[in-house]
Design a protein around this ligand. Structure first.
Ligand SMILES: NC(=O)c1ccc[n+]([C@@H]2O[C@H](COP(=O)([O-])OP(=O)(O)OC[C@H]3O[C@@H](n4cnc5c(N)ncnc54)[C@H](OP(=O)(O)O)[C@@H]3O)[C@@H](O)[C@H]2O)c1
Length: 260
């Protein structure tokens, strides 16, 4: 029997790199597709591909739909060549964020870039990779949202001003685009439910990465809660346990349910 197959976007650094590094070591030798927009810039990714013959690096830029179509074609070809029915896990980790500034200080082109990357790109990835996932037994898709994309949590300081911090009115593009990701999960979970897909939104925790270290620049207490290695380890365990009962849930890396 063939091992499982995984594709992780944003595999060049941060949580995405830890995911592909750990998946490459996982028992059962899964087939791992490490998707990055500029793989040539990252020696660690190239080394991973050289060290593990079941790891394949593919180019995928969330802002460029042609690269997404090409990546889907390349992954499809490799799956078929290696005798896999389909792609078991589509893990959409890649994302970007703007500076921690108020809405009016966010540059116009940054608003567009963050929305395209975080909210439009994942829909394109769903569209062009869906047929590959559809052919697998496990049919699992993970959309990386954030606790910052929860409307319930974000509106808490409006209800309880004593819970307010200087972070609340910053990063409008990042937070709104992650709220959009949550809506995408809900719609896609419904769209794909009858074919046996499991589609979830993931909050990886405030992880000690380039992105996750930034809020503490504004609010000291916002220190990262988890290392990228640990969140990746717990996520991989969680993904192994997901069933169709979990379709349409918003979970954190420990498997706790979060409010939309
Ligand atoms: N870290 C946290 O505390 C935290 C909390 C909540 C949610 N998240 C979410 O978790 C995910 C991973 O976060 P992280 O902390 O690992 O972030 P990170 O270290 O900043 O890494 C971001 C990754 O996304 C890739 N990326 C950015 N723009 C892209 C594009 N246009 N096309 C393809 N890839 C692109 C980056 O590639 P390059 O190397 O080429 O730039 C990099 O691999 C993100 O979706 C983030 O929003 C993180």
């Amino acid at each position: 029997m063939k091992g499982k197959s995984y594709l992780v976007t944003g595999a060049s650094r941060g949580v995405g790199l830890c995911l592909v590094q750990q998946l490459a070591q996982k028992e059962g030798k899964p087939l791992v597709f490490a998707a990055a927009r500029s793989p040539e810039k990252y020696a660690e990714l190239q080394d991973l591909e050289k060290e593990h013959k079941q790891v394949h690096v593919v180019r995928l830029d969330l802002t460029d739909v042609e690269t997404i179509k090409a990546a889907a074609g390349e992954v499809n070809q490799i799956l078929m060549t290696k005798g896999h029915d389909g792609l078991d896990f589509l893990i959409q980790d890649a994302g970007t964020s703007e500076d921690l500034v108020p809405p009016l200080d966010t540059p116009d082109d940054m608003l567009k870039l963050v929305f395209t990357t975080n909210a439009v790109g994942p829909i394109w990835v769903y569209k062009y990779f869906r047929p590959l996932v559809q052919r697998s037994q496990l049919k699992t898709m993970v959309f990386f949202a954030s606790n910052f994309g929860s409307l319930t949590l974000a509106s808490e300081p409006l209800r309880n001003p004593e819970k307010s911090t200087p972070l609340d009115a910053t990063q409008i593009a990042y937070k709104a685009s992650k709220a959009a990701v949550n809506m995408e999960t809900i719609i896609i979970a419904r769209d794909a439910r009858d074919e046996g897909f499991t589609v979830i939104s993931m909050h990886p925790g405030v992880a000690d990465t380039d992105m996750g270290s930034r809020p503490q620049e504004v609010v000291e207490e916002m220190k990262p809660e988890v290392s990228p290695e640990e969140t990746a380890r717990l996520q991989i365990q969680l993904y192994d346990k997901l069933t169709t009962e979990d379709n349409g849930k918003f979970l954190d890396y420990k498997g706790n349910k979060l409010p939309w």
